[in-house]
Design a protein around this ligand. Structure first.
Ligand code: NAP
Length: 254
């Protein structure tokens, strides 16, 4: 059904575990070259090894401009181009408004929001030259649609990504570059597994489709945005949450 993306190159940030790991593996299985990025070179290389010879690990902190530039240069040097950027790296430390420090706020904004700008800016000239590019941000339902105590900084960063995306989409459109976002609900990652079975069961009960998301659910949506067939879609965000944001009260799920 889909035209092949084989031999194209994707950079996946935050790919050493969780959702990014799922995205990297999905793209690797689809035949793309994959630059696996995290701050830990060891973890990134381990994932690249699992994916195969079409993957390479690279260490970069995506909140730092020079490291984003180096990341793109490494992909071009190793694979010859960058066709897709999955800007997925993110952090979600919890802090109530009363306790939140300026440093904690800035750290979340820099890692989640400034990184969207820095990674996009670093990759855009390569994509402009080739007249093709796909950028996909991992946002969240938290911020753009919902709220959760302890995550005001996180929610602001995730909503900010979508604001950034809408203007970037216009600026990049004439170069054949699209930029879109996925908004995951509660996805079963290592971090969530640590919260225990009871927590996971309670979360699942609040989701119309009756289960937490899998990293593959997000990876498939990212792959769709990367496809040739999604070429007329830009500046859009898709919720991938099993219907989690739909019930307007607990009665709706009774
Ligand atoms: P995770 O399991 O904690 O993985 C985060 C990844 O990002 C790791 O590979 C981490 O590796 C990397 N990372 C963190 N800070 C970085 C930085 N400054 N520079 C480069 N890499 C960095 O997180 P996740 O649950 O998969 O979440 C991935 C994305 O999905 C995030 O943007 C998150 O906000 C979003 N999301 C997740 C959920 C969910 O339910 N899990 C729901 C909605 C949205 P290093 O520590 O080695 O750098």
């Amino acid at each position: 059904m889909f035209e092949s993306l084989q031999k194209k190159t994707v950079i996946v940030t935050g790919a050493s575990r969780g959702i990014g790991l799922g995205i990297a593996k999905r793209f690797g299985a689809a035949g793309l070259n994959v630059l696996v990025v995290s701050r830990s070179l060891q973890d990134a290389c381990k994932v690249a090894e699992e994916i195969g010879p079409n993957a390479m690990g690279f260490a970069a902190d995506v909140s730092q401009q020079a490291e984003c530039k180096a990341m793109v240069e490494a992909a071009v040097k190793r694979f010859g181009s960058v066709d897709v950027l999955a800007a997925n790296a993110g952090i979600f430390p919890s802090a109530s408004l009363a306790d939140m420090t300026v440093e904690a706020f800035d750290h979340v904004m820099h890692t989640n929001l400034r990184s969207a700008f820095l990674c996009t800016q670093a990759v855009m000239s390569v994509m402009q030259e080739q007249g093709f590019g796909r950028i996909i941000l991992t946002s969240s339902i938290t911020g753009p649609i919902t709220g959760f105590p302890g995550w005001s900084h996180y929610g602001a960063s995730k909503a900010g990504q979508l604001g950034f995306m809408r203007t970037a989409a216009i600026e990049l459109a004439r170069s054949g570059i699209t930029i879109n976002a996925v908004m995951p609900g509660n996805i079963m990652t290592e971090g969530l597994e640590d919260m225990g079975e009871d927590y996971a069961a309670r979360m699942a009960a609040s989701i119309p489709l009756g289960r937490l998301g899998k990293v593959e659910d997000i990876a498939n949506a990212v792959l769709f945005f990367a496809s040739h067939e999604a070429g007329y879609i830009t500046g859009q965000a898709i919720v991938v949450d099993g219907g989690q944001v739909l019930p307007e009260s607990s009665d709706a799920m009774a």
